[in-house]
Write a protein that binds this ligand. Structure first.
Ligand code: UT7
Length: 321
């Protein structure tokens, strides 16, 4: 059967890391509050010249190098972002140009923090139906540029960065590698709990992020547990079959609560929220690349990706590496 196989991963972070203590010099917060409530210790903030597409391009180059695949052979680029360089064209086209792989398919997917899952599901469908052979699936964000730096309830939570994977359509055995199942959901009912208060068709401005964190937290734990169960059911597997959970990194307490609901030990969850904070669509591929490069995630492992974000949108994807 044709499956989308993960050939490599890569990541890129802005040069500048900003600690909680540095933030506490500018706004009414403390390292203690941020660590206790979120697990975040620092975040990376894009500087001049660092944009969503430059970070995405750097992450894509690292992923291509790990995969041993030339940029020229990539015929599909899907970039998940809520913070594109421009309203249009899609930042994916600028990544394509920078990589020098013109002529294939390139577009952005917008599902905020679940964007990488949406991009992964879309790329997997396109590869399995033969529309493309080798894909770059990227999550990249510069959320620092849509934060209200006077709002301590949101600005301490987010960071910038990019992560990427290379997928290749391959003929696989039943127990071979590849993406096994993906489940995606959306519910537009709760827009006011997490949104940006501007946009091209409303205010004509970019706007700033607004979030009612406590309510988002409550929805996140329930929705994630549901979609993880649904994805396992799709392939007749149990939580105990999972080697690694690679979750969206919004809050260490959400990661703990989700692992507990699944009955999984915390050691099976890849955590990067302490170093990266919440990088929205970039957080899942950033965490995956961290696990791949430090040797925890190995070929043959069963990995569950999951995320929940603005919309609300949420999803999960199970892959054998
Ligand atoms: O990526 C998309 C999905 N996003 C998420 O999943 C985020 C989910 N939500 C969360 O992670 C948590 O709800 C937060 C980290 C955002 C907030 O944690 P919380 O435990 O729910 O705190 P809270 O919002 O209920 O605020 C508790 C207190 C408040 O003070 P009072 O009203 O109790 O006096 C806040 O004003 O903490 C105060 N507070 C702060 N204090 C110091 C809020 N932000 C800060 C801050 N520093 N940065």
């Amino acid at each position: 059967m044709i499956r989308s196989v993960i050939r490599g991963s890569g990541s890129a972070l802005p040069e500048r890391a900003v600690t909680n203590a540095e933030l506490a010099e500018q706004i009414d917060t403390s390292d203690e509050w941020i660590v206790e409530r979120t697990g975040i210790r620092q975040r990376y903030i894009a500087g001049e010249g660092e944009t969503t597409s430059t970070l995405a391009t750097a992450a894509a180059r690292n992923a291509l190098a790990m995969a041993g695949i030339e940029a020229a052979d990539i015929d599909l680029i899907i970039l998940a972002t809520a913070t594109p360089d421009h309203t249009f064209p899609a930042s994916a086209t600028q990544v394509q140009k920078a990589l020098g792989c013109r002529g294939g398919i390139a577009f952005d997917v917008h599902a905020v923090c679940s964007g990488f899952l949406y991009a992964l599901g879309t790329a997997d469908s396109m590869l399995r139906t033969g529309m493309a052979k080798k894909a770059l699936v990227i999550g990249a964000e510069t959320f620092s540029r849509i934060l209200d730096w006077d709002d301590r309830t949101t600005c301490v939570l987010f960071g910038d960065g990019a992560g990427a994977i290379v997928l290749e359509a391959q003929d696989c055995e039943e127990d071979g590698p590849g993406i096994l199942a993906t489940r995606l959901h959306a519910d537009g009912e709760h827009k006011e709990l997490l949104y940006v208060d501007g946009g091209p068709s409303t205010t004509g401005t970019v706007g700033k992020l607004r979030m009612k964190g406590r309510e988002v937290f409550r929805h996140a734990v329930v929705n994630l547990a549901d979609v993880l169960g649904e994805t396992l059911d799709a392939v007749g597997m149990e939580p105990a079959d999972i080697d690694w959970v690679v979750p969206h990194q919004a809050n260490a307490r959400i990661l703990d609560a989700t692992a507990r609901k699944l009955g999984l030990p915390a050691e099976k969850v890849i955590v990067t929220v302490d170093r990266h904070a919440n990088t929205s669509a970039a957080s899942v591929p950033l965490a995956f690349d961290a696990g791949m490069r430090d040797g925890r995630i190995k070929r043959g492992d069963l990995v569950m990706f999951e995320a929940m974000g603005g919309g609300f949108t949420w999803g999960a994807s199970l892959a054998r590496i």
